[in-house]
Design a binder for this molecule. Structure first.
Ligand SMILES: Nc1ncnc2c1ncn2[C@@H]1O[C@H](COP(=O)(O)OP(=O)(O)OP(=O)(O)O)[C@@H](O)[C@H]1O
Ligand SMILES: [Mg+2]
Length: 274
């Protein structure tokens, strides 16, 4: 299965360890916010650099301006929670960061790539080399086993021993006993753990997660989140986590709030003072 293409990108060179502060404390009156939000400084290259991003779609009712001027920089190793009301543009922003949509106006630079300038093939290579995505509804391929689903990104990268590494990734999420199961034969929590294994298996620099616990009960969701943060810590991955859960957002080092297609607040989260 899969199409063998060129060798895997050097995504791991982009990563560094930066454990998010936890537990968080309140940030009222926190000084020097800009320096915290953009620790690399205004001139430095950020892993994710979004400039005046607009995204408009045509619908029967006319044009819909979904994103209306988003500017945002995320540094290597950060964990950023993205919150905001339903319809505020969170999932749309994630699609643009992941190269699954293109800006109408403005720029999305990720890992040095100007995504608006890439053609479909180049975008596919970008995703393969730099990004792992976790969706609310798991998005596993129903006709493939857990092992095959996890092997997909490695197969696309032409990596050696894709299936051995897929099995190891499944073991790391506690599913070593389910590798030959199809998605329909797995519980929701198990399916999301397969999706986590798939997202991390090629060691991307960035994980984008859109309400990864939205379809899970509370206890199962909590287990999936523990796993997500453990994997992120192990691999030093930059994380963009969309959530409606304020407690979950506060597990990230920083919280970006969207409303009506704009960033309305962007704050670091610090541990409680001892
Ligand atoms: N193809 C489309 N055509 C028209 N409008 C769209 C389209 N896709 C999304 N929208 C609108 O864009 C807005 C933002 O959608 P998006 O899915 O990004 O919101 P969200 O913040 O992720 O919401 P939720 O928390 O409910 O998942 C919504 O008002 C939605 O109706
Ligand atoms: Mg959404």
């Amino acid at each position: 299965m899969g199409v063998r293409r060129t060798a895997a990108g050097n995504a791991s060179a982009l990563r560094r360890n930066s454990p998010e502060p936890y537990p968080p404390r309140s940030l009222e009156d926190f000084p020097n916010m800009d320096a915290m939000v953009n620790p690399a400084g205004p001139g430095a290259d950020s892993l994710i650099d979004v400039g005046d991003l607009h995204f408009t779609v045509a619908s029967q009712a006319g044009e819909v301006n979904i994103l209306r001027g988003i500017t945002l920089r995320i540094e290597e190793g950060e964990a950023v929670g993205v919150v905001g009301p339903s319809g505020s543009g969170k999932s749309t922003l994630m699609m643009l960061l992941g190269g699954l949509d293109r800006p109408t106006r403005g720029t999305v630079r990720v890992a040095g790539h100007d995504l608006g300038a890439l053609d479909e093939d180049a975008l596919a290579r970008f995703r393969r080399d730099h990004v792992g995505i976790v969706f609310q509804s798991f998005h596993l391929v129903p006709t493939m086993t857990a092992e095959e689903n996890v092997a997909i990104p490695l197969e696309f990268a032409g990596a050696r021993d894709a299936f051995g590494r897929a099995r190891a990734a499944l073991e790391s999420v506690g599913l070593g006993h389910r590798i030959r199961h199809y998605p329909a034969e797995l519980s929701g929590g198990e399916q999301q753990r397969v999706a986590l294994a798939r997202a991390f298996v090629a060691e991307p620099a960035i994980i984008l997660a859109d309400e990864p616990t939205g379809n899970l009960d509370r206890a199962t969701g909590a287990q999936v989140i523990e796993l997500l943060f453990a994997l992120r810590a192990r691999h030093g991955t930059t994380l963009v986590l969309i959530t409606h859960d304020p407690d979950l957002a506060r597990r990230c080092g920083r919280i970006v709030s969207l409303a009506d297609g704009r960033v309305v607040s962007d704050r670091p989260v610090l541990p409680e003072a001892a």
